[in-house]
Write a protein that binds this ligand. Structure first.
Ligand code: HPA
Length: 235
């Protein structure tokens, strides 16, 4: 049994969707999958396995921030044999080109966390998406008529950040489009363990205008992104 996920061996599929919120995991599983089984309950950080068009897929909540993502992604890969992990989350846009409700397909991540400094020392690792998943997501988005851009994010340790403005200007200077809190660790672990990872994000708020997507609309755009994630994995 994995220490934090606490799921029986064999209960998790090789392909896994990763929302931050376990209630989102439940929503995705009950909306899109058949023959759904919840394989754990610890901490309320639920995970589910079911079928999408006959393909076995799991949906696991990860919590917020890199340390939480690290625990769940590590156990999914090392203890449960996950091979393809797709984060489905939200981000704040820092770019005029990336609008509220758009989907961002995350190519690579900048980061302000100390985690990779602690891992790699002065070696500056480049956390990047699986090219195979990235190109499939890009093609599928066009096919499904979902407005999606490919770009980089800043994975930040702090949502409420005193230096937020300063970091945003640096990010804009290097063409980084949005901010979120988990993908750097997902991409790093995937590369360290030789598996495929991709992040898809819907833009829930703008750091430029302060606008936020209303909860009801958030659900609609989230659904389009989940459909894109499933099509990317299996079609
Ligand atoms: N900052 C960090 N993470 C986020 C944000 C944000 O503004 N919006 C959605 N996820």
């Amino acid at each position: 049994m994995s220490i934090h996920i606490v799921a029986p061996p064999g209960s998790i599929a090789e392909s896994v969707l990763l929302p931050g919120d376990p209630l989102r995991a439940e929503h995705i599983a009950t909306t899109y999958l058949t023959q759904v089984v919840r394989y754990n309950e610890i901490r309320g950080m639920w995970g589910f396995t079911g079928l999408w068009k006959g393909h076995r897929v799991s949906v696991q909540g990860t919590g917020m921030g890199m340390p939480s993502m690290s625990i769940y992604a590590h156990e999914l890969i090392v203890d449960h044999g996950a091979k393809r992990l797709v984060r489905v989350g939200s981000c704040g846009t820092m770019s005029e080109e990336l609008k509220l409700r758009d989907v961002l397909i995350v190519q690579a991540t900048d980061c302000d966390s100390g985690m990779n400094r602690s891992r790699f020392g002065t070696y500056q690792f480049a956390p990047a998406a699986s090219f195979d998943l990235l190109r499939r997501a890009h093609a599928k988005a066009a096919e499904l008529k979902i407005t999606a851009m490919v770009g980089n994010v800043l994975t930040s340790d702090q949502f409420y950040d005193q230096k937020g403005e300063e970091k945003m200007h640096l990010a804009q200077r290097v063409g980084t489009m949005a901010i979120e809190m988990e993908s750097c660790e997902l991409y790093t672990l995937a590369r360290l363990h030789g598996v495929d990872a991709l992040t898809l994000l819907t833009v829930s708020d703008s750091l430029l205008s302060g606008e936020q997507v209303e909860p009801q609309q958030r659900q609609t755009t989230f659904s389009a992104m989940v459909e894109l994630a499933l099509a990317t994995l299996f079609e």
